[in-house]
Design a protein around this ligand. Structure first.
Ligand SMILES: CC(C)(COP(=O)(O)OP(=O)(O)OC[C@H]1O[C@@H](n2cnc3c(N)ncnc32)[C@H](O)[C@@H]1OP(=O)(O)O)[C@@H](O)C(=O)NCCC(=O)NCCS
Length: 163
C-alpha cells in the first residue's frame, strides 16, 4: 500500500509541511535541531512513504553527528500523517531506512524520543552519550547497526559540521 523512496529536492517542502502538522509548533527550537543546522541530511537514508495515489503519508530524515571521534546517525524527524498513524508505517520507515544504513558503512544510530515506542525497534537508553541541553537523558536512545557499535562510545554529541 505504501512505497518508500529516497527523498528528493522536490519533496523537501512537502515533508516540512508534514513535520509542521505532526509536531508541536517550535519544533526547530529543539536542541537536536542545533546539530542539524548547516549540515546536509544523509540523503540515501532520508525516505518518503507515499500511498497508491502518490499522497505523502510519512517521512524520515537522518543527520550525521559526532561523539568524540566516532560518527553516528541521528534519526529524525520521523512522522506519519495523522490519518495513517497506527498502521505500522512508522515502523516501515524506521526499519526500511535502517536496513540500508549498515551496508552504507554506518555502525550506530541514536535519537531523542519516547523509549516505549522505539524500544520495539531495538533502541535502548544510551548511558554517557550527552545531547545538547535541554534534553532529558532518559530520551537519548541508541541502536547498534553492527555488533557492539556503542561499546566505549560516550561524551557530548556535536554537529558534524565542518568548521
Ligand atoms: C511516532 C509516529 C512516527 C509513529 O508512527 P505510526 O505509523 O503511528 O507507528 P506504528 O504504526 O509503527 O506503531 C504504532 C504503535 O506505536 C505506538 N506509539 C506511537 N507513538 C508512541 C509514543 N510516542 N510512545 C509510545 N508508543 C507510541 C502506538 O500506540 C501503537 O502501539 P500498538 O502497536 O501497541 O498499537 C507517529 O505517531 C507520529 O508521526 N507522531 C507525531 C510525530 C512524532 O512524535 N514523531 C516521533 C518523534 S520522537
Amino acid at each position: 500500500m505504501f512505497t518508500l523512496a529516497v527523498e528528493t529536492g522536490e519533496d523537501w517542502w512537502e515533508v516540512e509541511a508534514l513535520y509542521d502538522l505532526c509536531f508541536a509548533p517550535g519544533r526547530e527550537a529543539l536542541s537536536s535541531y542545533r546539530l542539524r543546522d548547516g549540515v546536509d541530511p544523509v540523503a540515501e537514508l532520508s525516505l518518503v512513504a507515499r500511498d497508491g495515489d502518490g499522497i505523502l503519508a510519512g517521512a524520515i530524515r537522518y543527520w550525521p553527528v559526532l561523539i568524540g571521534s566516532q560518527t553516528a546517525l541521528l534519526l529524525g524527524p520521523v512522522a506519519v500523517h495523522p490519518t495513517h498513524q497506527g498502521e505500522g508505517l512508522g515502523g516501515f520507515l524506521i526499519e526500511g531506512s535502517l536496513e540500508r544504513a549498515a551496508p552504507l558503512g554506518w555502525a550506530r544510530v541514536m535519537l531523542v524520543g519516547d523509549a516505549p515506542y522505539y524500544q520495539r525497534f531495538g533502541f535502548e537508553k544510551l548511558d554517557g552519550v550527552i545531547m545538547p541541553p535541554p534534553t532529558n537523558p532518559e530520551r537519548v536512545l541508541g541502536r547498534a547497526l553492527i555488533e557492539e557499535a556503542w561499546a566505549g562510545v560516550s561524551g557530548e554529541v556535536v554537529s558534524a559540521r565542518k568548521s
